[in-house]
Write a protein that binds this ligand. Structure first.
Ligand code: SF4
Length: 525
């Protein structure tokens, strides 16, 4: 639905999404291996806001991961809308500076400002919280006038728009072929209360849901776009936050895939106790879910209990990972170092976990305290929060010496992304995971664009990894193993992903990348 308010003025709205700071999980180095790809995923939140604006307001959408908003864009606009996460804070400030120079009213919404509005004094209007009554009040205010107000105005949502009333994201305003993956949201919120996580405070503990019909309508809209990526990421905070709803939605997804010849392959985020939901896992396998990101955080069960992530120890960790693999799901794992429970042995425990779990992709970050989390409140009480501008790798005063924590992080990423180890873990997936995936018909993916994309990717993987890299032997050992079993997709996929991970970890070890994905401090790179 659009904003239901009667509108009297016409406003040109420029939506600007800030550049991401690169991280293990954005795969930014891999874009060059694919034709046209310049960014990770379309920004769902800002696309939904763009679609909700009054229909008679023209909207321009600029994702600065692809190209910067130009002077002409700012000149054209009456209003500049920006959204972003904490990690994009430096870039958000930069957009504000450019919009101010152009003399435009600037509005900021999204997760970062919703968690920490005090970080953004330069914005004229702040939209705090999700789309809802605040959005309507903001639109009414902009309809009334677009002269920057003398003091900052805040619009805070108290009544959220139900997800079932969310408009179709404005995919028509972007080019999906510029993205590595497309994105989709089924639910919002998570029932758990992990100490470091801001999701429950920002989006609630009672997951709110779209209808299956909304999901298939969004898939239709994506499929109608030329060059849509065949990878699609469910950006839900926890895909099984409401298990019953996930169980009921999945058959619709399977039907849609069947009807269109399986054009898409899915990934999502979920808690490790997904392993206990074998009915859901069987449905996910049939729907072509191939990857699941799990916040494993640490292999140490005391640490999990301390951070209130007991659901990760609900069943033995390796057994749970093995179960997910048997349903064709490659597990990607989030890991945190710098926890209060870390000891001198944590590094060894993590390396052992990497070897035993055989998880290829691990996003290993230093603990960062986010506003609106129990962790933030506790550390603030204890005087253990450090200013982000201090130039350190985290805003947490660790219990262990800072230099030791950072050095352990460096040794762990060096260990995890040593090419021989990384490709050995990929090779392990060939039998334990990839072989269990459902062999779906490829009719839906046999498009000219996809074939061209596969050829370009194949050429680049062979050239840059198979011939020119200093880890080509390790690559061919794993890729050859997959190819001998007919897994061409897997061989190309491991080349693509490893290329980013190895390059990124080498940069991080040279100090050119942040040690925390959530850090707001800027790197020169
Ligand atoms: S399970 Fe994940 S989304 Fe839910 S509170 Fe914990 S970290 Fe956040």
């Amino acid at each position: 639905m659009h904003c239901p308010l009667p509108i009297t003025s016409q406003r040109n709205v420029l939506c600007v999404f800030p550049d991401y700071t690169p991280s293990f999980g954005t795969f930014s180095h891999a874009y060059r291996l694919l034709p046209r790809v310049r960014a990770f995923m379309p920004p769902q939140g800002l696309l939904v806001i763009a679609a909700y604006l009054p229909p008679k307001w023209p909207v321009r959408f600029v994702d600065e991961n692809i190209a910067l908003a130009s002077a002409a864009d700012f000149d054209w606009a009456d209003v500049v809308l920006v959204s972003g996460m904490h990690i994009q804070a430096p870039q958000i400030h930069d957009i504000a500076r450019r919009a101010k120079l152009a003399g435009k009213i600037i509005v900021l919404g999204g997760p970062s400002v919703s968690g920490a509005p005090e970080l953004y004094p330069e914005f004229d209007c702040l939209h705090i919280g999700e789309i809802g009554d605040a959005t309507d009040r903001l639109i009414a205010c902009l309809d009334h006038g677009v002269t920057p107000p003398p003091t900052q105005m805040r619009f805070e949502t108290s009544e959220r728009l139900p997800l079932r009333d969310f408009p179709l994201p404005a995919y028509n305003l972007i080019r999906l072929d510029r993205y590595l993956m497309s994105s989709l949201q089924f639910s919002s919120g998570c029932p758990y209360r992990c100490e470091f996580c801001d999701i429950p405070a920002l989006y609630g503990r009672q997951p709110r849901l779209k209808t299956p019909e909304q999901i298939t309508a969004e898939l239709d809209a994506i499929l109608a776009q030329p060059g849509y990526p065949s990878w699609m990421y469910f950006v839900d905070d926890n895909f099984i936050g409401n298990r019953k709803a996930a169980r009921e939605m999945l058959p619709h997804l399977i039907d849609w895939q069947r009807k269109h010849g399986y054009p898409l392959q899915f990934a999502c985020e979920a808690t490790l106790n997904l392993a206990k939901q074998t009915e859901i896992l069987a449905l996910m396998c049939k729907a072509q879910f191939l990857t699941v990101f799990v916040g494993i955080e640490t292999p140490e069960s005391d640490a999990l209990k301390a951070m209130r992530k007991e659901h990760n120890v609900a069943l033995p960790m390796m057994e749970a990972i093995g179960t997910l693999n048997r349903y064709g799901l490659e597990v990607t794992s989030g890991i945190i170092l710098g926890l209060d429970t870390d000891t001198a042995d944590t590094e060894v425990h993590l390396k052992t976990f990497i070897d035993l779990s055989q998880i290829p992709v691990l996003t290993i970050n230093l603990l960062q305290a986010l506003p609106r989390t129990p962790l933030w409140d506790r550390l603030k009480r204890d005087g253990r929060l450090i200013d982000d501008d201090a130039g350190l790798e985290s805003n947490v005063r660790f219990l262990r010496p800072y230099a030791e924590v950072v050095a352990a992080w460096q040794r762990c990423i060096a260990y995890a992304y040593d090419p021989a180890r990384l490709f050995a873990r990929f090779a392990h997936q060939v039998d334990v995971t990839y072989a269990h995936r459902m062999h779906a018909p490829v009719r839906g993916r046999l498009t000219t664009r996809n074939l061209r994309k596969a050829l370009v990717l194949g050429f680049n993987v062979v050239l840059w990894i198979g011939l020119l890299s200093n880890y080509r032997r390790a690559f061919w050992r794993a890729a050859g193993y997959a190819l001998r079993r007919g897994q061409i997709d897997a061989a190309l996929g491991m080349g693509l992903v490893a290329y980013h991970l190895i390059k990124f970890s080498r940069e991080a070890l040279r100090g050119e990348q942040n040690a925390s994905f959530y850090s707001t401090h800027a790197r020169a790179t």
